[in-house]
Design a protein around this ligand. Structure first.
Ligand SMILES: C[S@@+](CC[C@H](N)C(=O)[O-])C[C@H]1O[C@@H](n2cnc3c(N)ncnc32)[C@H](O)[C@@H]1O
Length: 293
């Protein structure tokens, strides 16, 4: 297991000269990122899954904290956010071009708004990836959020010295992604190919625990009650097929009811991304499993 994986977008650890290669970690900070829950997850992972041999599916990949932590030999990653998926593909396939483009960006308010106003449709794949990483590192709170038209709408963050280009981590991520399938698909299409023994980790946008509490800006379309129900049905199908399935969601009566036939554990999460400072703190989240731990 990748015990040295880094938290989302954080600074690189000091690597002494002549030391072993660096462990790749998330290269974007993502709302709902799981970096702070990894130690709690360690005791909830399926005992029968060996990351050095088994196949791992993460169809709501976001920043991919658990993927980097587990470092599975075989993996299928996907998300329905096309900008994010393009970014993973460019990191995997064209990392040096990406690094060169990132080095041209600067932490400057005027430059930020100019880049934010660009339409991804008019850019090359590598330019789009550099745009996403640049905006993620320099925007307010360091997250990715779009409006109903799919346009990035987070303001400039005014950080003193954000690390726009972490070439060392990007190269390590690129190597880690070399044999990974990366797809832009709705979750149910990705998991159609999962077979008995595969480990599927599902981390959807959470069921809101109140009318205002939850982050909903991952993609132009929201993830609603009907999506949560479809996901619960997919969870059951995967379970019947013999997959090892683990799912994260908020601790709400609706989620407890949807998964009442499975094992449910509570974990305490400290959530950093909430626009209301007083609501940042430790909240209970659920981890649902179809296997014994
Ligand atoms: C909670 S985040 C995942 C966080 C991630 N596990 C991490 O550690 O950063 C949820 C992700 O689901 C994606 N998403 C939303 N609706 C989706 C859908 N219908 N199918 C696939 N992905 C979807 C969003 O774009 C977002 O990246």
């Amino acid at each position: 297991m990748n015990t040295a994986a880094r938290s989302n977008g954080g600074p690189a650890p000091a690597v002494p000269a002549g030391s072993v290669e660096i462990r790749p970690g998330p290269f974007v900070k993502w709302a709902g990122g799981k970096s702070r829950l990894l130690s709690a997850f360690d005791r909830l992972l399926p005992p029968g899954f060996d990351p050095s041999r088994g196949r791992y599916f993460e169809p709501f990949v976001g920043g991919g904290a658990l993927f980097f932590h587990l470092a599975p030999a075989r993996a299928v990653l996907s998300d329905s956010n096309p900008e994010l998926v393009n970014c993973y593909q460019v990191v995997r396939d064209r990392v040096e071009e990406l690094i060169a483009l990132l080095r041209e960006h600067k932490n400057d308010r005027q430059h930020f708004y100019k880049v934010r106003s660009l339409s991804p449709a008019g850019l090359s794949a590598a330019e789009r990836a550099a745009r996403l990483i640049f905006l993620n590192k320099t925007c307010f709170n360091g997250l990715y959020r779009v409006n109903s038209r799919g346009e990035f709408n987070v303001p400039f963050g005014r950080y003193d010295n954000p690390r726009i280009c972490d070439g060392e981590n990007l190269r390590a991520v690129s190597a880690r992604l070399r044999d990974v399938e990366i797809l832009c698909l709705p979750f149910e299409q990705t998991v159609r190919r999962a077979k008995a023994g595969d480990f599927v980790y599902l981390d959807p946008p959470y069921q809101p625990v109140s009318a205002t509490a939850n982050f909903t800006g991952y993609t132009a379309t929201a993830f609603g009650d009907k999506d949560q129900e479809r996901l619960a049905a997919v969870f059951s199908q995967l379970s019947k097929r013999g997959c090892l399935v683990m799912l994260s969601n908020s601790d709400s009566p609706v989620i407890r009811e949807l998964y009442k036939d499975f094992r449910i554990a509570e974990v305490k999460a400290s959530r950093a991304i909430n626009c209301k400072a007083e609501r940042r703190g430790r909240v209970s989240e659920l981890v649902i499993m179809n296997y014994k731990i």
